[in-house]
Design a binder for this molecule. Structure first.
Ligand SMILES: NC(=O)c1ccc[n+]([C@@H]2O[C@H](COP(=O)([O-])OP(=O)(O)OC[C@H]3O[C@@H](n4cnc5c(N)ncnc54)[C@H](OP(=O)(O)O)[C@@H]3O)[C@@H](O)[C@H]2O)c1
Length: 246
């Protein structure tokens, strides 16, 4: 798979970082789009010739256009797009402010839509697009109403994009991680003990008895990007230890 190019939003932390590292191992050229340069720079330092970093906000279509233009100028096009950047804020209905609602939709829905739309100008033949949804797209939980709705929208986009882009030979799939050990868990605002109790409960309710590791999500993304998945499009791959099935 050398000389293949992957573009990853949010490729500097948690699941996205594991995806960046896994594709680098497979000799992909890796283009990372996120806001924090510091967290991207260490990956760039490790493999300067194979990593492109771009500081931008997925809510900005101009940033996305500039990112893909740089990918194209440097490597001629993009083979794999991973729309991974996302935010998750647990809030009960009455606690949701207009600002936090708009931010979730801006990053998780608008960001994903335009991450794909702006990639179309530079996509190579037989490209693969992977959208990071969540098992929360298909489960109900009060504090996740807005987040779950944005992730259900992402799952829907995978279906519509698959239909529209199939004629170009472009495959589009969603991936739905279960609860996964990443920095996002510490952004929820829970006290340490509360978070630990929640994670224990999640693990107890999961058929495989634990939460996920970022590397396990990255392996599934790599599979969807590869020719091993050449007849899979419009699907949603659950990587959750079975949590959403029970
Ligand atoms: N961890 C889980 O349990 C879990 C479960 C299901 C689904 N997911 C989904 O998996 C994806 C990755 O989450 P994670 O757990 O790896 O969380 P994370 O460690 O907090 O990473 C989130 C990433 O998104 C980027 N990002 C956030 N807002 C952005 C913006 N406006 N513009 C550009 N980049 C932005 C962040 O980079 P900067 O801050 O540098 O911009 C960071 O790289 C998300 O879509 C999340 O919803 C996670």
């Amino acid at each position: 798979m050398s000389n293949r190019v992957v573009a990853i939003t949010g490729g500097n932390s948690g699941i996205g970082l594991a995806i960046s590292e896994r594709f680098l191992q497979e000799n992909y050229k890796v283009a990372i789009f996120a806001r924090s340069v510091e967290r991207m720079q260490s990956l760039k330092n490790r493999s300067p010739d194979n990593v492109l970093i771009f500081s931008g906000d997925v809510g900005s279509t101009r940033d996305l256009e500039n990112f893909y233009q740089q990918c194209s100028e440097r490597w001629g096009g993009v083979d794999v797009v991973v729309a991974n950047a996302g935010v998750a804020l647990p809030e009960s209905i009455l606690d949701v402010s207009e600002e936090s609602f708009d931010n979730s939709v801006n990053v998780n829905l608008k960001g994903v839509f335009f991450t794909v739309q702006k990639s179309l100008a530079v996509l190579n033949e037989r490209a693969s697009i992977i959208l990071v949804s969540s098992i929360q797209a298909q489960r109900g939980a009060g504090i996740w109403s807005v987040y779950g709705a944005t992730k259900a929208a992402v799952r829907s986009l995978a279906r519509s994009f698959a239909e529209e882009l199939g004629g170009r030979g472009v495959r589009v799939n969603a991936i739905s991680p279960g609860v996964t050990e990443t920095p996002i868990l510490n952004k929820f605002g829970f006290a340490e003990e509360t978070l630990a109790n929640i994670l224990d409960k999640v693990a107890a309710n999961t058929p495989l008895g634990r939460i996920g590791r970022p590397r396990e999500i990255a392996e599934a993304v790599l599979f969807l990007a590869s020719d091993s998945a050449s007849f899979i499009t419009g699907a949603d791959l659950q990587v959750d230890g079975g949590l959403a099935q029970v």
